[in-house]
Structures are given as C-alpha cells and as structure tokens.
Design a protein around this ligand. Structure first.
Ligand SMILES: [Zn+2]
Length: 419
C-alpha cells in the first residue's frame, strides 16, 4: 500500500487508541500517511478487513542496543553485571564492523516484525545511523560516551561529537531519525562527559542504578565494578571522583538537570530521589523517563523494579528490551506479556501505554505518534487476538497472538500487505 494511493480504511475487531477508549469493532481511516478517522462499525465494502485483530499505535522500544548479538551466556538469575560486561568487552573487541552492521540490520527487521515503529538505540559513535536511515523505522540514535580514564573519555567523546557534527551539518536531525548522546553509566563514564553531553542540546540516555554494585561503587569506589574496571585496564590512574554518591546525581547535578534523559533501568534508584524524575520538577520543560527493561532486569537477577511505585509518583515509565545479550527477543509485545504474567493486577491499558505513548513522549515524538488520534501519523501495530475477546487491551496482553502487520507513515513495513 502506497501512502499516496488515497484513503485506506482498516477494519478490526478492536482499535486500541491509548488516548481514548477502545473501539470494538472499529474502522480506522488513513490518508497521506496520517490517521484521519476512528469510528465504531463493522467492515464496509472497500475496507481492508483485518479480522480478529487489535490495532495499536506502533510500539516504542525505549532502550535497545541493536548491534549486540545473543551471547548464549549462563541461565537467567546467575549472571552478575560485572562478569557480563567483561564478556561483552571481550566479544566486542573481536567483531568486525561489518558483523555489527549486519546485527543492526537484523535487529531492525526483528523490531518491525514485532510491531515496533520507534526505537532508542544506544550505539558506539552512531554506528547504527546509516542502517536506520535506510529503513522506514523512526529512531533516536544515541552515540555512546564511555571512559573513566582520560584518554578513553577523550577518544569516545571525539568520535561521538564528530558524528554529531556531521549529522547537524547535513541538516538531518529533526525528522524520522534524530541524534542523541549516551554517557554509558556512572561507573564507566567520567562526570565531565555527562556534563559535556548535557551541553550538546540533544536528548540523552544513560544506564542508571542498574545494580546494587553501582551504589557501592559511587559511595566507596569498591566492589565488583571496581574489580572489573581494574581487570580490563579501565580504572584511571589519575584522580577520579563521582559526581555524587547517588546514581540520581548523574541526571540532576547542575546543568545535567536541563537535559532530556532516558534513564535505562533505574532499578535501584532510591525512593527519596523519585521526585527528581518527575516532569513537574523541570521548569525548563525537561523530559525525564525511566526505560524499564523487564526481562533484562530479571536476567541479571535484579529487582524487583519499582516501576509501579514510580508511576504512582508521577514518573513516566516506558519499556525497553535492552540487547539480545540479555533478553530473548527485541519485542516490546513480549516484554508487555511477560510483565502481565507477573503483574496481572496491573491494568492492561497501563502496560500498553508504557509500550507506546510513554516512550513516544520521552523521545519527543508524541506530537506525531504514540497513540491513534486523527492528525497523527499512521504508525500501527496489528496484533492477532482471540475472535471471542471483548476486552481489547486485555486481549492483547493476555493473549498469545502474533503481530501480523506493522505500518509506518501509512505504509506496511511488515505483513499483511507489505509485498
Ligand atoms: Zn543497555
């Protein structure tokens, strides 16, 4: 289906707009790549009748590393973060760039097959940009900044800022694909790199409060993360001091609180720091959101994650998969269903919001996508549901039906009419 081919009406058992009540059965009309109408009703002649499906906004993966392959590591719950990081560092050193690009391309295809239309990719020096530019998907590409040792910090920042300069000179920084920066984590990245990133005027993301070891490291400079840094030769000989004793200091100190932040994980953020993450705390209109990666958190035996308490305190919590090195698939729908199985008490509608609009808001794409609203772009995920289902959001999160179609800008990028 070509976006310029005139209006198209999709008929479905359920429409789940996220902003607004479900419509069952419903008809959704698209023209010139945008949603023009949602209405109740059964299929009419000329409609594309998709049958027993729920049409959702395209899913949003708010934290992924597309270039990291599966590692085939130890079973879930017995992996410590420092050992895993060491494994990644060693594996990464052996990869040819071409292998990493092929992994990125496979990750983009897997994302589209699972209904994802917008993602936040963390990548060395903008590595995934060209592959994402060649695909139809929307993304923020966060170039990674890393290093406690001065020479490593200087090298990664030079690469990342050179890449950012190229993107800006090309004028290609506000559309479907946008650049960001990602200081890796407080235990791996010196404070001035966080401050340099915050001055760049682009969205930022960082791994924060992912493990108890991080808090120990910031408080005392000891523990398994310190031992890991020494083993791989990354511990600085020159003086190092954290920005503060708490992980939240890395998004709130000085100018850091002026920037937009996607906080990956946030599992061990102290409850007394939650107010730092509330949008209301930001006079500049700063957006801060937590990207909770449910199966990755479980893989490391971390948690329980305080996402429900965060939501109750007004924090935007979106969902991410993290990489294939710590989660079995790049599917946000799989993450939602996994979460539903463990938290059946949570409203299905809330889980779907976390996987759609919350992420779009965090990435500042919410004016265009993230919900099914007339005027927004037609980015859709079409999920097969039980034909007898009468609770639309529940049918998606409690069901096992696959994604059968994904649309970006009114064009199928996966099934049912993409060929
Ligand atoms: Zn990550």
């Amino acid at each position: 289906m070509n976006a310029s081919a005139g209006p198209l009406t999709l008929a479905a058992r359920h429409l789940v707009p996220i902003e607004g009540p479900p419509v069952s059965p419903g008809r959704l009309t698209i023209e010139a790549g945008r949603i023009v109408a949602l209405e109740p009703g059964t299929p009419r002649p000329g409609d594309l009748d998709l049958g027993s499906v729920a049409i959702l906004p395209g899913l949003v993966n708010c934290h992924v590393h597309l270039d990291l392959p599966p590692l085939g590591g130890p079973p879930a719950g017995v992996v410590d973060l420092a050992s895993w990081l060491e494994h990644i560092v060693n594996r990464r050193a052996a990869w040819a760039p071409r292998q990493a690009i092929a992994q990125v391309e496979a990750g983009i295809a897997a994302s589209m097959r699972s209904g994802t239309t917008l993602l936040a990719d963390i990548t060395p020096a903008g590595l995934s940009w060209d592959a994402l530019a060649a695909s139809p998907i929307r993304a923020v590409v966060f170039a990674e900044l890393i290093g406690l040792r001065r020479e490593r910090a200087m090298a990664t920042s030079a690469q990342a800022f050179e890449w950012l300069g190229q993107i800006r000179r090309s004028g290609f920084d506000r559309g479907r694909l946008r650049p960001g920066l990602s200081p890796h984590a407080p235990y791996s990245t010196v404070g001035w790199l966080y401050e340099r990133a915050a001055a760049a005027g682009v969205p930022l993301s960082t791994h924060l409060a992912e493990s108890p070891a991080e808090t120990e490291f910031l408080n005392a400079g000891t523990g398994p993360l310190r031992a890991f840094l020494e083993r791989i030769g990354a511990w600085p000989d020159d003086a190092w001091a954290p920005l503060g004793p708490r992980p939240a200091d890395y998004i709130r100190k000085g100018a850091l609180k002026q920037a937009d932040w996607i906080v990956a994980h946030g599992t061990y953020l102290d409850e007394s720091d939650f107010w730092q993450l509330r949008p209301q705390a930001a006079p500049s209109g700063q957006r801060v959101a937590v990207a909770y990666c449910p199966r990755s958190t479980a893989y490391f035996g971390h948690g329980p994650h305080p996402f429900a308490a965060m939501i109750e305190r007004g924090i935007a919590v979106a969902l991410g998969t993290d990489s294939l090195a710590s989660t079995p698939s790049l599917s946000i729908l799989d993450e939602i269903r996994w979460l539903h199985q463990r938290h059946p008490e949570l409203p299905a509608q809330l889980l779907l919001l976390m996987g759609t609009l919350a992420g779009a808001w965090a990435l500042r794409f919410d004016d265009e996508v993230g919900s099914l609203v007339p005027g927004k772009r037609a980015d859709l995920a079409v999920v097969s549901v039980d034909p007898t289902s009468d609770e639309p959001a529940q049918a998606v999160v409690a069901g096992r039906g696959p994604v059968i179609g994904t649309m970006v800008d009114g064009t199928w990028v996966y099934g049912p009419c993409s060929t």
